[in-house]
Design a protein around this ligand. Sequence first.
Ligand code: T4K
Length: 404
Amino acid sequence: MTRTNIADLALLGGSPWFSEPLHVGRPNVGDREAFLERVNGILERNWLTNQGPLVREFERRVAEKLKIKHCIAMCNGTVALEIAIRALGLTGEVILPSFTFIATAHALQWQGITPVFCDIDPVTFNIDPGRVESLVTPRTTGLLGVHLYGRPCDVCALSDIATRRHLRLFFDASHAFGASHGGKTIGSFGECEVFSFHATKCFNTLEGGAVVTNDDDLAEKVRLMKNFGFSGLDNVIHIGTNGKMNEVSAAMGLTNLEHLDRFIAANRRNYRCYREGLEGIPGLSLISRDGEENSNYHYVVAKVEATEFGLNRDLLVALLRAENVMARRYFHPGCHRMEPYRSLYPHAGLQLAATEALCDRILVLPTGPSVSPEDIVAICALIRYAAEHPQRVSAHCSDGPSPI
Ligand code: T4K
């Protein structure tokens, strides 16, 4: 903390409230000694990658945790998505939400498949099953749901559509490690689910990802594809790529798995602090978590209605960032408004009213074990102050808000 008066906003010339930036996505690292011991073991064995003992153990432990038959570990979530797409034999068009991280769409486009953007449900922010069927064409082969911010899609409705329309259904579960739906762990829905274990995720392996499935044949195909199609030493039986996870990533994964409950407990505590601290601020709502289900609480997501709040989302983000609260606008502006999709499908937005509305209202706040309840009290006080004095903030910024 570098000042004592909340009113001396950094955006208006004061010093930032926090002396160090508070980031969204600060990596969670379990026991450092345990990690280093595993890394020493790797160096002693001199077995660094190619399905080494730690990757095998990691796959076994994740499969056990998720109560799923197969976990195939990968170098990152994007490659895991690409391999899942190939292994499912998708072609033509695949329906997915535009309101997601760009990798979900790129993984399809990279394989020469047309991503067809579907609007979201304005309440859950996930793909709206009611809008999927009107997008199905003779070229549609698949349906890709994203459990955005770790909140499960309407998997029942999507499964129903997939069955009736003969589509292959799979999920981008990058945000949802540790979450459940109807008491079942995320990882067990659709034909397969894909995780990212990137450094910024609740559960990380430095870089990493996985395809998880209960389907033996699909698992076999994914295993081949992530290792150039090798079956035995000199025998290639399928086209493939290099999607392998290395041993150091698996060491990080095994270590972090042992501490996952602690990370999630810190996230849950922080989520409750934010709820309490932001309660009653007009025009600002925090997305809810279903108390009956498991959640990793990894993303603290707020929606700003400018007319009621008094400031628009971008001005609030600029105000917070000036204070060293590095809020993010995940997933502004929506995949359809980024290249190459913006040029390829310039009119996509016409069918994405809920997505477009949300993209301009959403912000994500810092959390995780490195953010304390005291930090959150201050962040909430800054937001409340902004809501109570919008004229002061916007008058000062009438030349345009600071760049975000
Ligand atoms: N599908 C979905 C739905 C996804 O969200 C993602 C990834 C994927 C697929 C693809 O999975 P991967 O191929 O990435 O495994 C970040 C992550 O890079 C990305 O993995 C993640 N989603 C996305 C939501 O967030 P950026 O471009 O926002 O990251 P960056 O570099 O700005 O980092 C965010 C903040 O985290 C930084 O401001 C500071 C902090 N940070 C980051 C790193 C890497 C640290 O403090 N330490 C670090 O080491 O995409």
